[in-house]
Design a protein around this ligand. Structure first.
Ligand SMILES: [Zn+2]
Length: 258
């Protein structure tokens, strides 16, 4: 709902899109590791779910951990991927089945620098009830907008599928459903949140979950007043400036220091 010009006959060497490129900034990789820890500590991910960040020196590539529980990710577990969702330097390590969520959103959205995919519990119900749109009801959740899109995998994969985004076509369909929004629910599966940095994407993933809890609680009390479209835009501009404050606190909490 909701709506060779030298005359030579020697062929040019084929471009290898998976050839090694410039190394990503170590600080970016460190932030990605911290993001994994925060998302676990703040109950956005459990043993499943993942977060990626676009490569800072090659926008066609992105960084994502190998196939493992987010809470256990270290710098050594971060792998580089090409824009087809295939790993550049996996060196035999298993990769996430749903890496195409990330690759196809980066292809479709040049403004997106980070993607969080989770199965967070409070958000899941809103992907199951088409008559109840998932929308911003708190200022911290303003980026959600007045109606987050819901991805129905059957429209692409048919009635017999495993609900997972396990190939490029499904990733592209999800990216299309996301459109220019920040959050896309996935029926019977979870949700995907995007941001202009890994810190913003984490911030939004945490507050997507919180907004869902508040909306569910309020709905039990009575009819819910949601943010207007104008409120979602204005509040998002204000709240975006508060991302570092939350990140710094969540980081310390994930490290057991507060
Ligand atoms: Zn998933």
């Amino acid at each position: 709902m909701c709506t060779a010009e030298d005359g030579s006959s020697v062929a040019a060497p084929a471009l290898d899109k998976h050839a090694p490129g410039p190394a990503a900034n170590p600080d970016l990789i460190a932030d990605l590791v911290i993001a994994n820890r925060i998302l676990f500590r703040e109950s956005v991910v459990d043993a499943f779910g993942h977060v990626s960040v676009r490569h800072d020196k090659d926008p066609k590539r992105f960084l994502l951990a190998r196939n493992m529980a987010p809470a256990l990710v270290t710098e050594a577990d971060v792998i580089e991927f090409g824009d087809d969702g295939e790993p550049v330097n996996a060196a035999g390590r298993a990769v996430y089945l749903e890496r195409f969520i990330h690759s196809e959103i980066y292809r479709a959205r040049p403004d997106v620098m980070s993607v969080v995919h989770s199965h967070s519990m409070a958000v899941l119900p809103f992907g199951l009830v088409p008559s109840v749109p998932f929308r911003a009801v708190t200022h911290m959740g303003s980026f959600i907008g007045v109606c987050a899109p819901v991805f129905e995998i059957r429209e692409t994969a048919g009635d017999d599928n495993d609900l997972l985004i396990s190939n490029r076509a499904l990733g592209a369909a999800l990216a299309k459903r996301l459109g220019d929004q920040s959050v896309c629910l996935m029926r019977g599966h979870g949700s995907t949140v995007v941001g202009n940095s890994v810190k913003q994407a984490v911030f939004r993933a945490v507050y997507t979950e919180q907004n869902a809890r508040v909306l569910s609680e309020a709905s039990r009390i009575g009819p819910v007043v949601s943010l207007t479209e104008a409120e979602t835009r204005t509040a998002t501009r204000t709240i975006d400036g508060q991302v570092p404050r939350a990140w710094n606190m969540w980081r310390l909490r994930a490290e057991g220091k507060v």
